[in-house]
Write a protein that binds this ligand. Structure first.
Ligand code: SF4
Ligand code: SF4
Length: 434
């Protein structure tokens, strides 16, 4: 018997205690310093408890369990819901300081009706037996011209005919102009990016021409909630705006947004994808960002009313009282996520959509798929990435994002590491009471 290679074991932030988390056995515990020492030195007085919890294992038995759970994961994913992104154009009315699409060809084209029809007929055949929903993406999908509004209505009508939910990723500037169209849809969620309170947000997410966008967006949020439409407010964080988080949280609390069950939030890290950013000194490494957020939340606990950071699986554990299933693959691209654009191309996901060379085929004017490339995407998981095989946190990390890994190493089957242990140190330190 030996210590499981899936034990994630470290010290809780700002505490003398340690934690042990094992995703394969589905167990987690806090250990006091004396017990920790006995565990490390193999001098446990209650060893059977550790065996029962899968922290101490027979490696052969553990390997069998690993294989079984892997097959369960693949089976479950085959029946998971698929998210289908549709990009009707890459045009945008904003000039955000960090846009990764800003080097895409921004032809001011309208999407042709026959492309929307071809998209739905592809969905009807390729995803006939799958649960699914459509996410309208951009560029900016909510552009206020009659022809662009008619195209969005056409996409929503197509979804309605098939009784599919829709989601929209928008900058939120033109919500008022699109609210009547949205009322005709089954809206799962509208995702809007807000990078801080007025001054901070407007310095990063301005209209082309430089005019601020915060006030329109805030009115749009009110309007969505008044109309019972769920929204997910996402803040893109870097060193320039992170300190504004408490103020944004306070603003949302005062507006009454955080009281609504329809209001969700997310924090996204500003990072480089496909090309370098001009102001890349402001970018955080993932752990740096979470360390900063941890410090902010310690000082301003009201931030948690606005957003509870995940800290890897820490939030999940404390909210659900159990561990999530082991994550053999954290990338949904070309598995439970696909993206399609107005040129008729098919992509793996939002990180690759529109990026030249990343297309996996076409759905218009005719269906032609690069099956070899698709298979390469489908086969990427922690078993196919060499570095992941000996990694103790692999069942929490899942190998990271394929697009980021590929843009960094040139290889799809390479790692995009998550600092799982360090995130758990912070997250367990923050959420564990007692
Ligand atoms: S490549 Fe990255 S962005 Fe795309 S689905 Fe995978 S994890 Fe998500
Ligand atoms: S991507 Fe890195 S951290 Fe994640 S499982 Fe693979 S080796 Fe481990």
């Amino acid at each position: 018997m030996e210590h499981s290679k899936h034990n994630i074991f470290s010290k809780v932030a700002n505490s003398e205690n340690y934690f042990i988390v094992n995703l394969l056995s589905g167990q987690a515990d806090i250990l006091e310093p004396d017990e920790t020492k006995r565990f490390i030195d193999n001098k446990l007085t209650n060893k059977q408890v550790y065996i029962d919890k899968g922290y101490i294992v027979d490696p052969k038995e553990e390997e069998k369990l690993f294989k079984k759970k892997y097959l369960d994961f693949i089976d479950d994913r085959d029946s998971d819901e698929v998210q289908l992104f549709f990009t009707p154009w890459y045009t945008c009315n904003f000039d955000c300081s960090y846009c990764f699409q800003d080097e895409y060809t921004n032809q001011n084209d309208d999407v042709k009706d026959e492309v929307i029809e071809a998209f739905f007929s592809y969905v009807d055949t390729k995803f006939a037996d799958r649960k699914k929903y459509i996410t309208i993406f951009g560029g900016e999908p909510f552009l206020n011209t009659p022809s662009k509004k008619a195209s969005i209505q056409k996409v929503i009508d197509g979804a309605n005919q098939r009784k599919l939910d829709i989601a929209v990723v928008t900058n939120g500037y033109n919500i008022a102009e699109f609210i009547d169209i949205l009322k005709t849809a089954n809206v799962r969620e509208i995702q809007i990016t807000v990078d801080g309170t007025k001054e901070v947000h407007d310095s990063r997410r301005m209209l082309k021409g430089g005019q601020g966008s915060f006030e329109n967006i805030a009115k749009g949020v009110d309007l969505l909630l008044e109309n019972n439409i769920p929204l997910n407010m996402r803040m893109i964080v870097d060193k320039d705006n992170v300190k504004n988080l408490p103020e944004l949280a306070q603003f949302a609390i005062e507006k009454g947004w955080t009281k609504s069950p329809l209001f969700k939030t997310a924090l996204g890290r500003n990072y480089e994808l496909h090309h370098c950013q001009t102001h890349n000194k402001r970018l955080f490494q993932r752990i740096e960002m979470y360390q900063e957020i941890y410090d902010i939340v310690k000082k301003h606990p009201e931030v948690l009313e606005f957003h509870k950071p995940s800290f890897s699986i820490a939030k999940f554990i404390f909210e659900n009282g159990e561990l999530p299933n082991p994550l053999f693959d954290s990338c949904s691209g070309a598995k439970t996520e696909w993206a399609f654009d107005y040129t008729g191309r098919v992509y793996s996901c939002t990180a690759t959509v529109g990026n030249m060379g990343d297309e996996l085929g076409t759905f218009y004017p005719k269906i032609e798929l690069n099956e070899d490339l698709i298979e390469e995407w489908e086969e990427r998981d922690i078993l196919s990435i060499e570095k992941c095989s000996s990694c103790s946190v692999k069942l929490a990390c899942g190998g990271g994002c394929a697009a980021i890994a590929k843009s960094r190493t040139g290889k799809l089957h390479s790692e995009d590491c998550r600092p799982v242990k360090e995130l758990l140190e912070l997250g367990i330190g923050l959420y564990h009471k007692g």
